[in-house]
Design a protein around this ligand. Structure first.
Ligand code: ADP
Ligand code: MG
Length: 251
């Protein structure tokens, strides 16, 4: 849901190489506040690397990343303040949920709030419970993650990321590791999040989500943006041969 004209994320000429392999070939991209952008494209096209560069899990080799008031220039060493500012603004959810197995669900969500935001345990727990209710898992607070289904674990991972009050959420194939039925629970939470106005970039193979939930769809191939536009236009009437081929293959 694009609620405003404010550009929250801006990438200019973002590039990344592994040795001689160009993985991101000078990506220019703008994401507005409240926009939900779905990124689709063949395996190896650079989708994960793009997300990982946006929150600097992977340092880019060229270009700039702007998230809100944080500007990072790949040409200069990143400052500690810029890095922590970026990490605080950008939440990330991966295909694998990466919950701490030896901590309760509640502790998994509260601990990062205490460490990163300096919240007291009481404040953190209150916020965690709020978010667990939001993802439909308030009754799992005292469980260990292993006792939860994959779909529940991914919803817990979403709650954990939201607990740090990010301005944007990045999702890298959040349902790929799940049975379709459990994937639906996760997609429902993501749809609700999109409706609430969260800015989201979602790498996905879920064509229904791309068409019906996201505002914008972008197709990547070989480290480039092939095509990008309003989701229904792109999904129903793609212009580029590369997009048509990809959509035929996944449908
Ligand atoms: P996607 O998410 O679209 O499948 P990735 O961003 O994971 O694509 O990968 C893009 C390309 O970069 C692939 O060819 C992949 O093998 C390569 N790649 C990704 N990470 C690394 C790495 N750490 N070292 C070397 N090559 C990598
Ligand atoms: Mg990937």
């Amino acid at each position: 849901m694009i609620a405003s004209d404010k550009t929250l994320i801006r990438l200019n000429g973002l590039s990344k190489h592994y040795g001689r392999l160009t993985v991101l070939d000078g990506i220019d991209l703008e994401v507005k506040a409240g926009e939900v952008l779905a990124i689709i494209g063949p395996s190896g096209s650079g989708k994960s690397t793009l997300l990982r560069c946006i929150n600097y899990l992977e340092p880019p080799d060229g270009g700039t990343i702007t998230v809100d008031d944080i500007v990072i220039d790949a040409g200069n060493p990143i400052g500690r303040a810029a890095l922590s500012g970026l990490r605080r603004r950008v939440g990330m959810v991966f295909q694998s949920f990466n919950l701490f197995p030896h901590m309760s669900v509640l502790r998994n969500i509260s601990l990062p709030q205490e460490r990163v935001l300096g919240r007291s345990r009481k404040e953190a727990d209150a916020r965690s419970m709020q978010l667990l209710s939001r993802v439909g898992l308030a009754d799992k607070a005292e469980q260990f993650p292993i006792r939860c289904s994959g779909g529940q674990q991914q919803r817990i991972a979403i709650a954990r990321a939201l607990a740090l009050d990010p301005e944007v959420m990045l999702f890298d194939e959040p349902t790929s590791a799940l049975d379709p039925e459990l994937g639906l629970e996760v997609l429902a939470v993501m749809r609700e999040l999109a409706k609430s106005g969260m800015t989201m970039i979602v790498v996905t193979h879920e064509m229904g989500f791309a068409e019906n939930v996201s505002d914008t769809v972008m197709i990547m191939a070989d480290g480039n943006i092939v095509e990008k536009g309003p989701s229904k236009e792109i999904m129903r009437n793609p212009q580029h041969e590369r997009t048509k081929r990809f959509l035929r293959a996944v449908h």
